[in-house]
Ligand binder design. Structure first.
Ligand SMILES: Nc1ncnc2c1ncn2[C@@H]1O[C@H](COP(=O)(O)OP(=O)(O)OP(=O)(O)O)[C@@H](O)[C@H]1O
Ligand SMILES: [Mg+2]
Length: 234
């Protein structure tokens, strides 16, 4: 397995948020983590990369137990994280933002450079020298993903990549994610949008109130409209 999460429990202060979360991601798979607002998707991702102080459980990435490692070490192992809030540098240009994400090549992960990233996100190639602050939300979202790919991750966590995007930009995002998969990047994508998730994912887990309540292929989920209707808002 590329990534295994076992018995993950997370708290914010006195509030218990995640309860025994467990899921797996195979080599080269795209796995969706589906759930409504406040279900615990972002907390799950933040816990995996070590950004939630109070968490217990086991996170195994490429056979290594990274549960106790600090965030910068986990990222340096090749686990990329694209947060929900697009954290680009507004005063830096597109190219400069990409440089911020640069990490050495990794033997077990596809290598990305500017040219390859501008092919993946043609929009960005047309605004190489534009400051991040003068880009649309969708363009900033693409830049955040491209910057993470500059680190040559073998797996990326994408937190709601379709959120707030126009239909045309959503289409480009689908194409980009499918290309990333084809290149060999394993992907976990959190989503509320089942339609978007269906276009890109091999399998899905549903999280509700901090617990995983379904895991299966997209076809298995489509065969269970009861589960879909009970746990997802469409
Ligand atoms: N920093 C925090 N301190 C306290 N509680 C928090 C914090 N961040 C999130 N929560 C709570 O944890 C729960 C899970 O939130 P989380 O952001 O993980 O959900 P989500 O599934 O990502 O939702 P969304 O789709 O709205 O992004 C919610 O009840 C939220 O209010
Ligand atoms: Mg979230």
């Amino acid at each position: 397995m590329k990534l295994t999460v076992q018995d993950l429990n997370s708290h914010y202060g006195p509030a218990h948020i995640l309860f025994d979360i467990g899921f797996e991601v195979g080599e080269g798979e795209v796995v969706a983590l589906l759930g409504r607002n406040g279900a615990g998707k972002s907390t799950t991702f933040r816990s995996i990369v070590g950004l939630v102080a109070q968490r217990t459980g086991r996170i195994v990435f490429e056979g290594k137990n990274v549960s106790a490692k600090p965030t910068h070490e986990i990222v340096r192992e090749g686990l990329g994280y694209v947060p929900e809030e697009r954290r680009i540098f507004t005063d830096l240009t597109v190219e400069e933002n990409l440089e911020v994400g640069r990490q050495p090549k990794r033997p077990n992960a596809p290598h990305w450079d500017r040219e390859k990233l501008f092919a993946l996100f043609p929009n960005l190639g047309e605004m190489k020298n534009r400051p991040g602050g003068r880009m649309s939300g969708g363009e900033q979202q693409m830049l955040t993903i491209a910057r993470t790919l500059m680190g040559n991750p073998s797996l990326v966590l994408l937190d709601e990549p379709s959120e707030g995007l126009s239909p045309k930009i959503v289409e480009q995002m689908v194409d980009a994610i499918l290309t990333m998969k084809k290149e060999g990047v394993s992907i976990v994508v959190s989503e509320q949008n089942l339609h978007f998730a269906r276009l890109i994912s091999d399998r899905a887990y549903i999280i509700e109130r901090g617990r995983i309540c379904f895991g299966g292929t997209m076809a298995e989920l489509d065969a269970r409209p009861d589960i879909r209707d009970a746990h997802l808002s469409l």
